[in-house]
Ligand binder design. Structure first.
Ligand SMILES: Cc1ncc(COP(=O)(O)O)c(C=O)c1O
Ligand SMILES: N[C@@H](CCOP(=O)(O)O)C(=O)O
Length: 566
């Protein structure tokens, strides 16, 4: 056996996920591990006696109380996926006809036993000697000093497995129906909410979103940029990236409300510019949990408004802006047993960070140079940082990309803060913007965003209404159907390319945060040339034509510049 194979075998047998029958590496593109991977594997498993002897490792695990079944893949939701060669065994371990995928997952979860992975809340950016921690089962959104919280994982337990192990494990789960790993979020369960039982998870198989190669946009409009990609987080169940965080938050609420904890949580509430409310309402409806949403009246799209209505949420349309709704929901959740679902609650970010891990995975674990994210309440930019940084710390990759946060000029408190050299932060009153979901003047995660940007040598950019609408419309012309927030991020890309900050050959990812179909009115306005003081350069209005052949032919000849009949 080669050193690489031996290491993989050792990792496989020592793992709670790969059973001994899956000792060979997954038959994926990662089956050929580099020497570096191998070396890392040995380092990470140092301390275990006789590494090359799987049985010794197994014995050691047993001594430490972990129950690893060697008999078949049945005890292991991932082993079947990890081994390409044991199809017969997979067949035997299929669930019986009268068992659903949740029940199957519970049976396997019991068999896989304890592994020491855990997470808790700690104050965000706490000093090294801080001892303040909270269980994830506590209902707590702020630290003792009133600061933000963060979810901290037991990194020592995760580090017992080498980066190559985590890469192979996550790759083995992509696109499966095995509950809950078919979700792009829960396929990384150990990095997200390691201790939740599969039966408590409320998942709509979110994540695994398309990474779109923006070939024409890069080639024709950005100076021949060959490595430009758009991560379509909005092609999702409720049409935005919020699904990634909401599956985690609602799953935890589900756990709290059900036996044995039986917490008296009456419902889950949020303030929203339209996407958080849609995601909350859908996940709550799926779990049978009441949802309460506070929306700024007349400031969200019709498509967004109708989502919570259709899902049966209690919808309060309030005569204020998002920041006003946010203040109200915080007061209400302090008084009533309503669990807060905004990203002030750091659980949300654990789900959202998986989009970063997914990007790495989609590039075969190669790190891109730039990731551009539109920012509003500013949880997501930190979530991306956290996902990338966790993969770096656990040696799935060796660096993190540079992050760019893009804001609408009409709602740009972070941009102003950045331009002031991170001097005192001043909230703003956000003005109307076509990027209505980021019309936020007093973002709750300002501290998290600044941390993420400083840690990644990041940049903040802004986009005027015209710039963002043009960028969105140009992207649409190259095959996308982008939302205005994606337009903000694309506009930042145009500016950074123009200034030569982002190079022609830099691998660059623009994060698309919502589906364009949620914001069709903005496109209708643009293509109708109905926006005051906007040239609408890429408007493409429909042509009204009389119902006769000659009139139709005239239009087509003019449009296509062809001489028919010659
Ligand atoms: C579509 C869309 N894009 C971007 C954002 C910004 O995300 P964040 O608030 O995490 O900065 C939001 C919500 O704020 C959103 O709904
Ligand atoms: N765009 C968000 C604004 C609230 O952000 P959150 O991440 O704190 O929930 C929305 O759609 O409501």
């Amino acid at each position: 056996m080669s050193a690489t194979a031996a290491t993989m075998a050792a990792a496989a047998v020592s793992s709670p996920f790969f059973s001994s029958s899956s000792a060979s590496p997954p038959s994926s593109r990662h089956s050929v591990l580099s020497f570096k991977d191998n070396a890392r594997g040995i380092t990470a498993l140092n301390g275990f006696p006789r590494l090359r002897n799987p049985n010794a490792l197994l014995l050691r695990h047993r001594r430490h109380g972990a129950q690893i079944s060697c008999s078949s893949t049945a005890s292991d939701p991932t082993a079947a996926a990890a081994s390409g060669s044991n199809q017969q065994q997979q067949h035997k371990s299929r669930r019986p006809a009268d068992e659903n995928i949740r029940e199957e997952a519970c049976r396997r979860d019991v068999a896989s036993g304890s592994h020491g992975f855990s997470a808790c809340y700690v104050p965000f950016n706490a000093p090294a000697d801080s001892t303040e921690t909270y269980s994830l089962d506590d209902v707590v959104y702020r630290s003792r000093s009133g600061g933000l919280l963060d979810v901290q994982h037991n990194m020592a337990a995760l580090k017992r497995y080498p980066g190559s192990y985590w890469r192979a494990l996550f790759d083995s789960r992509v696109g499966r129906t095995t509950w809950p790993y078919g979700s792009g979020v829960w396929s990384k369960k150990e990095f997200v909410l390691p201790e939740i039982e599969p039966d408590h998870i409320v998942s709509l198989f979110e994540g695994n979103s398309n990474l779109f190669w923006a070939e024409r946009l890069g080639r024709d409009h950005l100076g021949g940029m060959p490595d430009l990609w758009v991560k379509h987080c909005g092609i999702s169940h409720t049409g935005s990236f919020k699904d990634l965080g909401m599956t985690v938050l609602v799953s935890q609420v589900n756990r709290l409300r059900r036996a044995p904890l039986n917490r008296p949580i009456a419902g889950v509430g949020c303030a929203s510019t339209g996407d958080t409310s849609a995601a909350l309402s859908a996940y709550c409806a799926a779990a049978g949990i009441p949802a309460i949403v506070f929306l700024p009246a007349d400031r969200i799209s019709l498509a967004q408004l109708v989502q919570p209505i259709a899902n049966g949420a209690t919808v309060l349309s309030i005569d204020t802006d998002f920041d006003g709704c946010m203040r109200l929901i915080r007061e209400v959740t302090a008084e009533l047993p309503i669990y807060l679902a905004n990203s002030l609650n750091s659980l949300r970010l654990e789900g959202q960070k998986t989009a970063a891990i997914e990007i790495l995975q989609q590039f075969d674990w190669e790190v891109p140079d730039w990731v551009i994210v539109p920012g509003g309440n500013l949880g997501n930019i930190y979530a991306f940082y956290k996902g990338f940084e966790m993969c770096r710390e656990l040696e799935l990759v060796d660096r993190v990309p540079r992050l760019v946060c893009a804001q609408a000029a009409n709602a740009n408190p972070l941009y102003l803060h950045y331009k002031s050299g991170w001097a005192d932060f001043k909230p703003v009153v956000a003005a109307d913007t076509f990027a209505s979901a980021i019309q936020i003047g007093d973002p709750v995660s300002i501290g998290r965003a600044v941390f993420a940007l400083k840690a990644t040598d990041g940049i903040v950019e802004e986009a005027t209404e015209e710039e963002l609408m043009d960028a969105m419309s140009l992207a649409d012309r190259t095959g996308m159907f982008a939302c205005p927030h994606t337009g903000v991020a694309l506009s930042a890309l145009f500016k950074l390319r123009e200034r030569g900050v982002i190079g022609t050959n830099d691998r660059t990812i623009v994060v698309s945060t919502a589906h364009g179909l949620k914001f069709t009115q903005s496109k209708v306005d643009y293509h109708s040339n109905e926006i005051a003081d906007m040239a609408c350069r890429y408007a493409n209005p429909p042509v009204n034509v009389k119902a006769n052949f000659g009139a139709v032919m005239d239009v087509l000849k003019k449009k296509l510049d062809v001489k028919i009949g010659l």
